[in-house]
Design a protein around this ligand. Structure first.
Ligand code: SF4
Length: 341
């Protein structure tokens, strides 16, 4: 860590705390050479919508299967989706594959260091571009995630609604001109381990003297977040089982929700795929997507099935199921049916 006396005192306090208390995460290099931008990028994409605990489980397996950007670019999409299986939000995996190929073909196999250039890559939005600049290239980039929003809203005692736009200027004031990676990691670690969502450990906090929320005893009322209510949908999943006990599955289109993954036919509004003697089964599953909350009722019908439907997929045995990449929703459906997902 470079000591810079022009840093705001709170930045210095936080960096000193991080030097002793920062988390050792496999995609970070603390106190040594810069980390591998590919590893940082993989971790950042995985961490979107996924907890650190889950990513710690998936990350080593991913890096073993695709140790370099080149190996990811050269792998078939099916392998990528299969390795991603269980992490959800599969668009992330498809975009990673597309991005790896783009960087190999158009950027000489190396991630650019400029935020504007990173933003032009598939699947890299403003947050990921800032994260890569800070974590991979140690640049003085301000990174604002949920942890940062919570910590800074409490530090400054913001009792109004807080979001990225409100917090960004406060975060930028504290971002140092050097140690970009350490500072961005430090503020996130503080949020994850000390300034936790409930019951923050203020006695262990490097900002305990200056924190407005602590002084006023309002830590647990901050931040006030805008949370749009998720739309609820009631859909149906259709079980087509042939006389050999094989289930009909099909592949989803290459674009849109859960693109490219395998599924049992389902609809999010209960529309039936063809007219038949559908019988309701005493089963259901619930799954929460980013924008809606879905409950699927189960229906089955007996063969013969229409040729125009079965011609669009395959019948598989329970043992062969594992060769196909299913979404978490479909794994829940298979589990509810009593078949290994
Ligand atoms: S003093 Fe408490 S509320 Fe304030 S930033 Fe630290 S942990 Fe969070």
């Amino acid at each position: 860590m470079t000591e810079d006396h022009r840093m705001p005192p709170e930045t210095r306090q936080l960096l000193a705390w991080y030097a002793v208390n920062g988390r050792d995460l496999p995609w970070r290099v603390r106190g040594g050479p810069h980390p591998d931008p590919y590893a940082v990028w993989v971790s950042e994409i995985m961490l979107q919508q996924t907890t650190v605990k889950t990513v710690l489980d998936y990350f080593p397996r991913w890096m073993e299967r695709f140790p370099t950007l080149k190996s990811l670019a050269e792998s078939p999409l099916d392998d990528v989706l299969k390795t991603w299986q269980g992490l959800g939000y599969y668009a992330r995996a498809r975009k990673m594959h597309e991005c790896a190929r783009h960087v190999m073909d158009h950027c000489g196999g190396v991630f650019p260091r400029q935020r504007e250039k990173l933003l032009k890559l598939p699947g890299i939005g403003p947050y990921t571009a800032s994260s890569l600049c800070a974590f991979a290239f140690d640049l003085p980039e301000t990174v604002v995630d949920g942890n940062v929003i919570r910590v800074l809203a409490r530090l400054r005692g913001l009792t109004g609604e807080a979001d990225r736009n409100v917090i960004y200027p406060l975060a930028a004031e504290l971002t140092p001109r050097t140690c970009g990676a350490d500072y961005a990691s430090a503020v996130m670690d503080l949020g994850a381990t000390v300034c936790k969502a409930s019951s923050p450990l203020c006695g262990e906090c490097p900002w305990r003297e200056s924190c407005v929320a602590r002084r006023e005893g309002i830590q647990n009322r901050i931040p006030v977040l805008k949370r749009p209510e998720k739309k609820k949908k009631c859909g149906a999943v259709f079980i087509l089982e042939n006389a050999r006990g094989e289930l009909f599955i099909r592949r989803r289109p290459g674009r849109g929700l859960l693109a490219g993954l395998w599924e049992l036919p389902w609809s999010d509004d209960g529309t039936f795929p063809f007219s038949a003697d559908w019988r309701r089964m005493p089963l259901s599953v619930r799954h929460v997507f980013t924008h809606f909350d879905l409950t699927l009722a189960f229906y089955r019908c007996d063969p013969p099935f229409p040729g125009d439907l079965t011609g669009t997929g395959v019948f598989v045995t329970e043992r062969d199921q594992e060769k196909y990449a299913f979404s978490t929703l479909m794994k829940k459906v298979l589990k509810e049916l009593g078949r290994a997902g």
